[in-house]
Design a protein around this ligand. Structure first.
Ligand code: B12
Ligand code: SF4
Length: 498
């Protein structure tokens, strides 16, 4: 069977900092190929819409799957599905990915017949049974499937994340993937899932709070096959288990692999496992993203982050000592007033780290989707990108955006200050010499992308597709939030948050 896989466009507000390869979709492609199907991939983050139309015409896929990790991409994906069905009504169109797994039934309904199925949960174990069922007729028995007839059997979970290998060779514009100055940049997954349970996050609910690790041999072999000099490690929280971090490092040392790495982790994990991170710095670890979320204990408790402000500040000191460039994230509550923004600006200017701001957003699949008592002011999928306010703001909305963008601009200027500009120019020179222009473009795009008038205008666009309203679940029973309900590892082998 011929299968065309599609990744939607990049979200405008993140595109200036990064654009990364769609690793999940590549793994689904790898699984389909291993089952004998002919697969092509179009990534609309780096290819124009006309490439997709051309591919659709010439490849004549029996099925087309669209990746929906981000809610904000849902309207675009429905449009792509409709165009495909208009061009060839016999093509089986399906969606899969993180976010769509939580709103599958609603999306099927909204697409009005253009989407035949949504696959909830992990795509690797589902794609081959789905393709077989498409060929033979009757997809309703495929694990994880949702169709207009309702839900099929529970989604299956991979026993081991060691395979399939992502089909990186199918991506035609690999040089367009970058994160900051790591340009070009590939991605890799060492672990899957997260054992914590922060109230604003759906990483733990998607995987039913399970946690799986790639074997050092498989991870080493995969890393050896990556051509890019830079690698983004996609794990939700890197190196939770120190022995795993050491084993991976040992494997890369043995294979003499050296690259520049970017990873995400938590402050308490960094404090606990400092020597692992130190060893990785020797292997090329340069950037670290720390989800601090709040600078006060009250905020941290509210998000059930299970760390203290003191842990966060000690972790920053450790990272500085290790010579890492750290980006920290803070969640902006729509309730913030001008004074709160001022305090955060002051904080951001007082630390050498890159401070990233995201707006508190209740997402389907998170606990706050069910518990947030403030009503949604919009249900436009496109605004659920953590750069827009979707619950009432204390400040008038235009003033809120003015303060938000002002704070982001102050932070951005800090990073483009003289000392940094010199450093940036050095990196830029090196990248341009190698024909890499992604980082250069990013440096000049800030003002056109982050603009309060534009953010206000985003709220005025006509809305065609809307998020469903939250159902008020009793979140005392966490399993009701899970996509994968059966753990793939024995519960006692899961690390527990402290
Ligand atoms: C790495 C990561 C990123 C990376 C890379 C993203 C990329 N290009 O893929 C970066 C740093 C760029 C990023 C950015 C953002 N991210 Co992000 N990201 C993640 C993270 C931590 C892991 C994703 C990943 O690569 N997993 C590993 C791969 C193998 O799994 P996967 O992609 O989920 O794919 C599997 C399934 O989803 C499914 N699947 C995927 N596609 C398809 C397609 C088909 C057809 C099928 C059948 C199945 C299927 O099968 C795959 C294999 O099992 C997730 C959290 C999580 N644990 O999922 C958040 C997450 C997806 N991100 C999130 C957010 C909010 C963002 C940003 C908006 C943040 C921001 N403001 O900048 C941006 C937007 C990026 C954009 N598109 O423009 C939210 C999504 C929120 C939402 N509901 O929309 C998540 C869930 C984190 C959270 N806080 O809850 N992100
Ligand atoms: S630690 Fe990170 S990935 Fe895990 S639940 Fe909290 S925010 Fe999500």
């Amino acid at each position: 069977m011929r299968l065309l896989l599609v990744h939607p466009s990049a979200l405008m507000y993140s595109e200036i900092f990064l654009r990364l390869e769609p690793l999940g979709l590549e793994r689904v492609a790898g699984a389909a190929r291993a089952a004998g199907h002919e697969v092509r991939v179009v990534d609309l983050q780096v290819s124009a819409g006309r490439t997709l139309s051309r591919e659709f015409k010439t490849f004549r896929p029996h099925a087309m799957g669209i990746s929906l990790n981000y809610l904000a991409n849902i309207p675009e994906a429905i449009q792509v599905a409709k165009a495909a069905k208009d061009a060839d009504p016999s093509c089986f169109v399906f969606f899969g990915g993180h976010s769509v797994s939580f709103v599958a039934e609603d999306v099927i309904e909204q697409a009005g017949g253009a989407v035949d199925a949504v696959i909830r949960g992990e795509g690797e174990p589902a794609v081959a049974p789905l393709m077989e069922a498409v060929r033979d007729g009757g997809v309703d028995g495929v694990p994880g499937v949702v169709t207009a007839n309702g839900r099929g059997p529970e989604p299956r979970m991979l026993h081991s994340i060691d395979d399939p290998m992502p089909a990186r060779d199918l991506m035609r514009h690999r040089r367009r993937y970058f994160i900051g100055e790591l340009d070009p940049c590939a991605s890799i997954e060492f672990t899957r899932g997260c054992p914590w349970d922060c109230s604003f996050c759906s990483a733990w609910t998607f995987y039913g709070r399970s946690y799986r690790k790639a074997s050092p041999e498989a991870a080493g072999a995969e890393m050896a096959s990556i051509r890019e000099p830079n690698v983004f490690i996609v794990d939700d929280v890197a190196f939770i288990r120190p022995e795993h971090g050491h084993a991976l490092a040992g494997e890369l040392e043995r294979r003499r692999i050296r690259k520049s790495y970017y990873l995400e982790t938590r402050s308490d994990v960094l404090l606990r496992n400092e020597e692992v991170f130190q060893r990785w710095v020797r292997l090329g670890l340069r950037y670290m993203f720390l989800g601090m979320e709040a600078i006060d204990a009250e905020g941290l408790d509210l998000y059930r982050k299970r760390v203290s402000p003191d842990d966060n500040f000690r972790a920053l000191e450790v990272a500085r000592r290790l010579g890492l460039i750290v980006a920290i994230n803070l969640i902006v509550d729509p309730a913030w007033d001008e004074e709160r923004f001022r305090v955060v600006r002051e904080f951001a200017l007082s630390v050498p780290e890159i401070v990233h701001l995201t707006v508190m957003t209740p997402y389907p699949g998170t606990e706050i989707w069910h518990t947030e008592s403030r009503r949604l002011t919009t249900r436009d999928y496109r605004l659920f990108d953590i750069q827009h306010a979707v619950v009432p703001t204390t400040l008038p909305l235009d003033v809120f955006y003015r303060e938000l963008v002002r704070t982001q601009a102050v932070i951005n200027r800090k990073h483009l200050g003289l000392r940094n500009a010199v450093g940036a120019m050095r990196v830029l020179g090196g990248n341009l010499a190698r024909g890499q222009t992604n980082f250069a473009r990013m440096l000049w795009k800030f003002n056109s992308v982050y603009n309060p008038a534009r953010q206000m205008a985003d709220h005025q666009r006509p809305v065609r597709y809307e998020l469903p309203l939250p159902r008020h679940l009793d979140v005392g029973d966490r399993k009701q939030l899970f996509v994968h309900t059966r753990p793939a590892v024995r519960p006692e082998s899961r690390p527990q948050p402290e």
